[in-house]
Write a protein that binds this ligand. Structure first.
Ligand code: PMP
Length: 450
């Protein structure tokens, strides 16, 4: 490793950080992480903490998952790269596709299209959705619907269906024909509805209204996260996603589940779609598919959609889309090992049990700290605290407040993530009860410091 002073002095000199203003990196140096083991990360000063962010919602199995490391190392020896563009394939990607087909069978998803990450997976699903309609002779179905507060990555299609201005405004104009409906976000919504079941119905009505307004025959797909993640961990009422599915079916609109965060156990169910009992047409995955150890992703495709492409007689089904790293053998090897470990460790059970402990602990913190306006979670290990300057008016807490909580919690033993007024928690799914307590104690210290 380079000298510590060199690293600290040069971080912001030659690199720009994603999702960060370059000037902020200069004025507020980042935490430089140099090592990790289990569920803990270690920084350049030797300070070790529980990583309550789980990398970036992706290191589900922690930092010491030896089978995945070994799979990557041996695949680098056997075949470090080969493309799967027309006319070639590789052994690992075939094996992985079979494994994924098995894993996603209960969701009705039978084919895999490989990508290099979540944004690629979203872009792929959006494009294939339009192509599906063209093959079927409905070329007018080109628009996309999505949820406000949804996050679907940063490529132009994904940014266009994103429902948060922070990821859109600087890059406009984005794709035409993308329309957003209110999210079932109980704490704040345009209907002032505080009952989650009634709010779900209002949002479904808004979806029906938007479809009628646009014309069903103009809409290719509706994309949603089974639990909104980056928008602040917003779990919908259990009636919501099945309601969306029914409306999509009725109107010939494809349902894309953006499972980049929710697949592979994070919600306490194997997939977010399974959590709500829906069968999407596409599921976008990435992140935990390789435990974050290798950039990789997959779009899973339903049997019904696959059949339209595979039985095409119009000549419109050639997939003019793909990435140099689609089906990368090292990523595929990592994913095969990761799936096996995910199943062997039965991570859903631990995610559900530790998630319940974390959620209860966060509610106890809310009872003690007025700055916590809302506590969200209750489905596995994805939780958020929404901080407010005033509980009565729900005025959002300022940046200095969230930064203070984050800094103090870090010094007290846990890395947490700040996103707008939210503190987001998405720790590895192999967390212990003692680790949950460490996170809660660290957060308590963070709030006490205000
Ligand atoms: N979709 C969702 C739901 C995500 O949470 C993310 C990343 N946080 C993405 C897409 C984009 O994934 P990536 O950053 O790997 O491109």
């Amino acid at each position: 490793m380079k000298d510590e002073n060199f690293l600290k002095a040069n971080n912001a000199r030659s690199l720009w950080h994603p999702m960060t203003a370059p000037a902020d990196s200069l004025s507020t140096p980042p935490t430089i992480v140099t090592g990790a083991s289990g569920v803990r990360i270690r920084d350049i000063d030797g300070h070790e903490v529980v990583d309550a962010v789980g990398g970036l919602w992706n290191v589900n199995l922690g930092y010491s998952c030896q089978p995945v490391k070994d799979a990557i190392a041996s695949q680098l020896e056997a075949l470090p790269y080969y493309s799967i563009f027309r006319g070639t394939s590789n052994d690992k990607v075939i094996e992985l596709a079979e494994d994924l087909r098995d894993f996603f069978a209960p969701d009705g998803l039978e084919r895999a299209f490989f990508t290099s990450g979540g944004s690629d997976s979203v872009e792929t699903a959006l494009r294939l959705a339009r192509q599906y309609h063209k093959i079927r002779g409905e070329a007018g179905r080109v628009k996309y619907l999505s949820l406000k507060k949804g996050y679907h990555g940063t490529h132009t299609g994904g940014a266009s269906v994103n429902g948060n201005a922070n990821f859109r405004t600087a890059y406009e104009p984005l794709l035409p024909g993308c329309h957003h409906i209110p999210a079932p976000y109980t704490y704040r919504n345009p209907f002032n509805e505080t009952d989650p079941a009634r709010l779900a119905q209002l949002c479904l009505q808004a979806l029906e209204d938007e479809i009628a307004f646009q014309g069903a025959g103009t809409i290719a797909a509706f994309i949603m996260e089974p639990i909104l993640g980056a928008g602040g961990v917003i779990p919908p009422h259990p009636s919501f996603m099945p309601g969306v599915e029914a409306i999509c079916r009725k109107n010939g609109i494809l349902l894309i589940a953006d499972e980049v965060i929710t697949a592979f156990g994070r919600t306490g169910a194997w997939t977010g779609s399974r959590l709500w009992g829906v069968k999407p047409d596409f599921a976008c995955t990435a992140k935990a598919i390789t435990n974050g150890y290798f950039p990789f992703g997959a779009v899973m495709i339903s049997g019904a959609v696959a059949e339209v492409f595979e039985r095409d007689a119009t000549g419109k089904a050639a997939i003019g889309h793909g990435y140099t790293y689609s089906g990368h053998p090292v990523g595929a090897a990592a994913a095969i090992a990761c799936l096996a470990e995910t199943r062997r460790l039965n991570v859903t059970d631990n995610a559900a049990a530790r998630g319940a402990e974390l959620f209860d602990g966060l509610k106890a913190l809310q009872a003690r700290h007025a700055v916590i306006g809302d506590v969200r979670g209750g489905h596995g290990l994805m939780c958020a605290l929404e901080l407010v300057a005033d509980r009565a008016t729900k005025a959002p807490a300022d940046k200095a407040t969230t930064a203070r909580v984050q800094e103090t919690a870090y010094r007290a033993g846990a890395m947490v993530r700040v996103s707008g007024p939210n503190i987001i928690l998405s720790p590895p799914l192999v967390l212990t009860s003692a680790d949950v307590q460490t996170i809660l104690t660290a957060l308590d210290a963070g709030f006490a410091a205000l």
